[in-house]
Design a protein around this ligand. Structure first.
Ligand code: PRX
Length: 655
């Protein structure tokens, strides 16, 4: 039915804001005018209005040494004070900050006053452990209130957090701890997932185990939250229980002012090479744009709304729209530990009903998996509290957009499709609810204050509807300030391509339609997007070749109905292994291997054992041809292959 509608109406469907919504909307068309007239003045006004500056800034943007930007450079701020104390001081201490619901159904209601106290205690504990301004703290926790409190406590003392998604393996955790040189790790015994305990502490122990290579070990303490009560090993002197030290610590702690450009966090993300990049964000500019977008894109009324962003804090979406944006704005939100379908397929909708969620922000992959189950599940719940829906992480296909609006949004809620990245720190492209007339599948327009364009390879703007590369043409407050420890890679990856123009290269393809609205067309590099998670082909390939059975491997992202893209691997095995094992058995072993090496999200959907890989005469693997095979298409032009027969052999082997 929905797909028929798709075809019949094509993409000319428009959903103008209702008069009712527009009348109460936070965002106003004047924002565009103000930003267009004086971009820097606009950001300065936003920052002053939304945040408390301990020392007001007098400079807005310093772009004298591109691509290294400084925003509000002579101002001083405390990020945690902005997310906590000032709301309590303003008389809103009793407002609920977090409605926490654990996977097993346990519930906690945490007010701003309580969260502020907890963060002060944790800040005191960290200080006691010797953590100070600029030190790195790794956070490897499930989605529990302590995760949010830990991030804010690190921020409060001017230190830098590096949150590592709890689904990452010990190896991934180790490389992130090493790269950042973390002094403390905050973890838990485990988290709950689909009715079972999923241990975390063993991965930390493994990550910190002596590797006998003389490498310097930086971690002095591990602070452990007791969540699941599974048995854990204990390193005396290093490991400390949260419940032993946090409640006993003083709840007196004065937030010190730090420079606007004090680093706030490092967040690792996949790039085009095997090694994840530590994306660095700083304080004043980041918090300005996180708060500004959270308020205007989500039409936030902090007194009455209940916001829920389903992202894990291990991703940028969780940083900006679970921790920093909502708390800076004094919002009330839901924090959920579990998965959408456990113990029953209506778990999310049950939470929306229970907490009266008004604003809901999730990923297209989740929406598509709900579509598969059918509308009868959400229809069993009262979703009438919802008044705004958001989407993030990958392009949302018009069919999913329509389903989201009709079935979840009761055919009335505006949808904001938000384009942004770990690197951009906050939303860049999105409709403004109450202002923009929306269109299924299009992320539409750059936010006021943001300058986006679509250009060709030479940096020339494309004015017609043909596709090109998405660029950001002016610096923005929450832009990444670098890659941790690797300024060269920062320049190369994002700035070299359009050095002459000074544009930021996002790595995404895009086009403008006849109305000038933006359509995102997916990555143009070797980065895959699986269920809204970024994965690098190179990283998975190097994990595959690290297995003793593998001689060579090539990985592609093939389109997948539910997950957007899926990881498909083509592997050449060593002769000796083939003699002793079945290809099916080895394929399965390799899938599990990648899961262990990187994390379950990176596990290939398919592993094909092949005899050869398609290569050009210079030895470069032609992934485009492998993608054709993986997606079941006719194989494209093979004339540049060293051996043109190779593709027919591979196609036959895959069948
Ligand atoms: O390809 C774009 C896609 O996700 C990439 C960024 O991934 P990550 O840094 O993990 O951040 C995800 C959450 C912000 C982008 O380069 N992407 C993100 N949002 C959208 C999107 N593609 C299309 N439409 C979106 N709304």
């Amino acid at each position: 039915m929905s797909s028929q509608i798709d075809h019949l109406l094509d993409e000319s469907r428009h959903f103008p804001p209702s008069a009712e919504f527009a009348a109460q909307a936070v965002a106003q068309p004047a924002l565009y005018e103000h930003a267009a007239a004086d971009r820097e003045g606009f950001w300065a006004d936003q920052s002053r209005e939304l945040l408390h500056w301990h020392t007001p800034f007098t400079q807005v943007l310093d772009w004298s040494t591109p691509p290294f930007a400084k925003w509000f450079d002579d101002g001083e701020i405390n990020v945690a004070y902005n997310c906590l104390d000032r709301h309590v001081e303003a008389g809103n201490g009793d407002r609920v900050a977090l409605f926490f619901e654990g996977e097993p159904g346990d519930q906690r209601r945490i007010t701003y006053a309580e969260l502020t106290d907890e963060v002060k205690r944790v800040a005191n504990v960290l200080t006691e452990m010797g953590v100070g301004q600029g030190d790195r703290v790794a956070i490897y926790l499930p989605m529990i209130p302590e995760a949010v409190a830990s991030m804010l406590a690190v921020a409060r003392i001017g230190a830098i957090h590096s949150v590592v998604f709890g689904g990452f393996s010990a190896d991934s955790l180790r490389s992130r701890i090493d790269d950042a040189g973390a002094k403390v790790v905050i973890t838990a015994d485990g988290g709950f997932r689909k009715g079972r305990v999923s241990p975390l502490k063993p991965a930390v122990d493994q990550a910190l185990a002596d590797r006998g290579d003389g490498e310097q070990k930086t971690v002095e303490h591990v602070l452990v939250v007791r969540r699941t009560e599974n048995e854990v090993e204990w390193a005396e002197g290093r490991d400390v229980w949260w419940h032993d030290v946090v409640p006993a610590a003083s709840a007196e702690h004065t937030a010190e002012a730090f420079p606007a450009e004090n680093p706030l966090f490092i967040l690792y993300t996949s790039g085009t090479t095997g090694k994840p990049k530590g994306i660095l964000h700083t304080s004043g500019g980041y918090l300005t744009q996180a708060a500004y977008t959270h308020k205007n894109v989500f039409d936030l009324k902090p007194e009455t709304d209940v916001f829920w962003c389903t992202a894990d804090i291990g991703w940028i979406t969780g940083h900006s729209y679970v921790t920093y944006g909502p708390l800076a704005n004094g919002a009330t939100q839901v924090l959920f530990e579990g998965t959408p379908d456990s113990p029953h397929p209506g778990r999310w909708w049950e939470l929306i009903e229970r907490y009266g969620v008004t604003i809901f922000y999730t990923a297209p992959t989740a929406i598509r998996s709900f579509m598969k189950i059918g509308r009868s599940v959400p229809q069993q719940f009262d979703l009438s509290s919802l008044r705004l829906l958001g989407s993030v992480g990958e392009p949302i296909n018009p069919e999913a957009w329509m389903w989201y609006r009709e079935v979840i949004g009761g055919d009335k809620t505006p949808i904001v499709d938000t384009w942004w990245q770990t690197e951009t720190g906050a939303i860049m492209v999105s409709p403004l609810p109450g202002v923009t007339s929306t269109k299924p599948g299009s992320a539409q327009v750059a936010l006021p204050g943001i300058s986006i364009d679509v250009v060709d390879e030479s940096g020339t703007p494309i004015r017609d509807e043909s596709g090109g590369l998405l660029v950001v043409t002016e610096p923005w407050p929450s832009m990444l300030r670098g890659i941790w420890g690797d300024p060269e890679r920062f320049k190369e990856t994002y700035w070299e391509k359009f050095e002459a123009q000074g544009y930021y290269f996002a790595g995404d393809g895009a086009r403008h339609d006849e109305d000038g609205d933006l359509w995102l067309l997916g990555r143009v590099d070797d980065v895959m997007n699986v269920s809204g998670h970024r994965l690098s082909t190179a990283e998975i390939e190097s994990s595959l070749v690290a297995h003793e059975a593998t001689a060579e491997a090539a990985v592609v992202g093939a389109s997948d109905e539910t997950t957007g893209q899926a990881v498909v691997a083509f592997v050449i095995l060593k002769e000796s292994y083939l003699a002793e094992h079945t290809p099916e058995g080895l394929a399965q072993q390799l899938r599990l291997w990648v899961g262990e090496q990187i994390g379950p999200i990176a596990r290939p959907r398919d592993v094909y054992i092949v005899g050869e890989l398609p290569k050009t005469r210079s030895g470069k693997i032609m992934r485009r041809l492998l993608r054709d095979v993986a997606e079941g298409r006719e194989v494209g032009d093979t004339t540049t292959l060293a051996d043109t027969a190779v593709m027919s052999i591979i196609s036959a082997q895959v069948k």
